[in-house]
Design a protein around this ligand. Structure first.
Ligand code: MN
Length: 241
């Protein structure tokens, strides 16, 4: 059986530790690697790079996965930084935006998680709440830190006609580790899951030929013990074409 190669856009860690000579590290959370391995895929990491290399990277894979991490740089959606904006990485934003555009161009399926979903929305023309305090109907705790986000804390309602419904049913519990959220959804995306305060928790592409699935929670932290969360990786790696 053909094994799909999944490119995972990596992050950079600035290790302030003399044991490692204060070097920078390229990394991805282990849950993404394990989730793709269990699904029968071959994960490869893409270091933050010159956006001009995006076509080379995307040509080398079958599917693209965008992970969580920093807040999205607000000027990318024409906003000034809100006082509650967290750490950002413009290099990572611009490289991952180029990966998204190139994956769509090359018809490679995309799966995005948390920040990845937010960046996807911005890349396609949408906007974000820089902090949930900007959202007047905010009612649900979406950042469970410092509780370890390895179990479902808040519930979501899922659109029946969606890629998510066969995997998760009409409603489910998901973990939550975000203080930013989708504000205006990009025109080419459709919301397919919501928290009880109507924050968008999952999206897919409006266009049938473009395969995009984005979630606001972190399946990489729960997929080891939750078969439903692993089924997201299985679906993306094996069936999402
Ligand atoms: Mn949430």
């Amino acid at each position: 059986m053909k094994k799909n190669i999944v490119g995972i856009a990596a992050n950079q860690h600035y290790q302030n530790n003399q044991d490692f000579f204060d070097q920078q590290f390229t990394y991805s959370p282990q849950g993404f690697i394990d989730g793709v391995h269990r699904a029968g895929g071959v994960p490869v990491l893409f270091p933050i790079s010159d956006p001009e290399l995006a076509s080379n990277y995307i040509s080398s894979i079958d599917k693209l996965l965008l992970a969580g991490g920093q807040d999205v740089t607000p000027f990318l959606y024409n906003e000034e930084p809100h006082p509650k904006l967290g750490p950002t990485s413009i290099e990572r934003d611009i490289f991952e935006m180029a990966l998204i555009k190139e994956a769509i161009k090359q018809h490679k399926p995309i799966f995005t998680v948390c920040r990845g979903t937010q960046l996807l929305n911005v890349t396609l023309g949408g906007t974000l709440y820089q902090d949930l305090s900007q959202y007047s109907d905010w009612k649900v705790k979406h950042d469970m830190f410092p509780t370890v986000p390895d179990f479902g804390l808040h519930s979501i309602t899922i659109k029946t006609e969606s890629a998510l419904a066969p995997l998760f049913g009409e409603s489910a519990q998901v973990n939550s580790h975000h203080h930013q959220a989708i504000k205006d959804l990009a025109e080419s995306l459709v919301p397919i899951a919501w928290a009880h305060d109507d924050i968008v928790e999952a999206v897919e592409s409006r266009e049938k030929n473009t395969k995009i699935l984005g979630v606001q929670w972190h399946p990489e932290l729960t997929c080891k013990k939750d078969p439903k969360e692993q089924s997201l990786f299985d679906y993306f790696v094996q069936d999402f074409e």
